[in-house]
Design a protein around this ligand. Structure first.
Ligand SMILES: Cc1cc2nc3c(=O)[nH]c(=O)nc-3n(C[C@H](O)[C@H](O)[C@H](O)COP(=O)(O)OP(=O)(O)OC[C@H]3O[C@@H](n4cnc5c(N)ncnc54)[C@H](O)[C@@H]3O)c2cc1C
Length: 295
């Protein structure tokens, strides 16, 4: 990239100053696993590259007053190993563990995964189920917070301004009554981009043996990961049993049908989601292993 100017801010204040110089052709560089590949593949270069690697204060996981805060530069390797993530957002840890290869996870960041706005982004499916918010800072030093859904405009497109950087994603930490999981299907068993992904969060009433407050996000179905209210209502107050697993799996098929009517991938995805739904349900360990009645 012989013509791109490179700025390497050493902290948040310098990042703000660098953002002030950004134009619509400028780019932030985090792990580079999407950006550098796209520059090579599409033979383009930004006018200004802002390398975030020196903004070390953006790599963290913190629990504050029941909110889990994840700095934008936190890598998937860090997320996958983090004890707070394992305890309070296990679906995010599981999603992180399934991103690419160990080499990719060592450098790829959660901020880059969100900003890249791929419908297949694994952490995004988990973050949508967790109801995450995104915090940003701009070239004027102004902070803003919006929901993930407000960030995504379309595949590969976000509402982020050219002088705006993601600094954090945050969400309500799950407590011990919650169970959460992430599952995905790709064309290979490892190092694979999701053809379909799902994050499932439920609250378990152990005394009653029922679930409530289900949050289900589907990824790689349509333009961005989404939650489906009809599907979530199906599970409200249901016993944690095999019949609920069946209803949930059928509800997932219905959600996929409603999300991508007429799409060439619909026949594949509506069947694939049935298996994925059972995988997710079984991973929650709510009842004895359930199997779909194929056919
Ligand atoms: C071999 C391979 C396998 C992969 N497998 C997976 C996979 O299984 N699942 C998956 O989800 N992804 C996968 N990816 C995609 C990629 O690794 C992720 O999307 C990653 O999270 C991108 O993060 P990054 O830090 O590398 O971002 P970068 O490549 O540095 O940046 C990506 C985009 O986000 C912008 N950006 C970065 N940080 C910020 C910020 N803080 N604020 C605003 N904008 C920002 C950049 O300007 C750029 O437009 C794979 C990539 C490769 C090369």
């Amino acid at each position: 990239m012989p013509n791109a100017e490179l700025l390497m801010p050493g902290g948040l204040q310098e990042l703000t100053a660098a953002l002030r110089r950004a134009t619509p052709s400028s780019r932030l560089l985090a792990g580079g696993t999407d950006l550098i590949r796209s520059m090579h593949r599409d033979h383009w270069e930004p006018d200004l590259l802002i390398d975030l690697s020196g903004v070390r204060e953006l790599g963290y996981v913190r629990l504050e007053d029941g909110t889990l805060r994840v700095g934008a530069l936190t890598t998937f390797a860090q997320l996958q190993a983090d004890p707070l993530v394992r305890r309070h957002a296990c679906c995010l840890g599981e999603a992180a563990a399934q991103v690419g290869s160990a080499q990719i996870r060592n450098v790829a960041t959660v901020g880059g995964n969100v900003a890249n706005a791929s419908p297949c982004a694994d952490s995004v499916t988990a973050l949508v189920a967790l109801g995450a918010e995104v915090r940003t800072i701009d070239g004027g030093g102004r902070g803003a917070t919006r929901s993930l859904e407000q960030i995504f405009v379309g595949p590969g497109r976000t509402s982020l301004a050219h002088d705006e950087a993601i600094t954090e994603v945050s969400f309500a930490a799950l407590d011990a009554d919650h169970r959460a999981t992430f599952a995905k299907i790709g064309s290979r068993s490892t190092v694979t981009v999701a053809r379909l992904s799902m994050a499932l969060v439920v609250k378990l009433d152990a005394g009653e043996g029922t679930v409530s407050g289900a949050k289900v996000a589907l990824g790689a179905v349509g333009e961005a990961a989404f939650r489906d209210a009809r599907l979530e209502e199906l599970l409200e107050g249901r016993p944690a049993d095999e019949e609920s697993a069946r209803l949930f799996a059928e509800g997932c098929m219905d959600a996929v049908r409603r999300a991508i009517p007429g799409r060439y991938s619909l026949p594949y995805k509506q069947h694939a989601v049935l298996g994925l739904a059972y995988d997710a349900w079984n991973a929650l360990g709510l009842c004895d292993r359930c199997e779909p009645a194929w056919g």
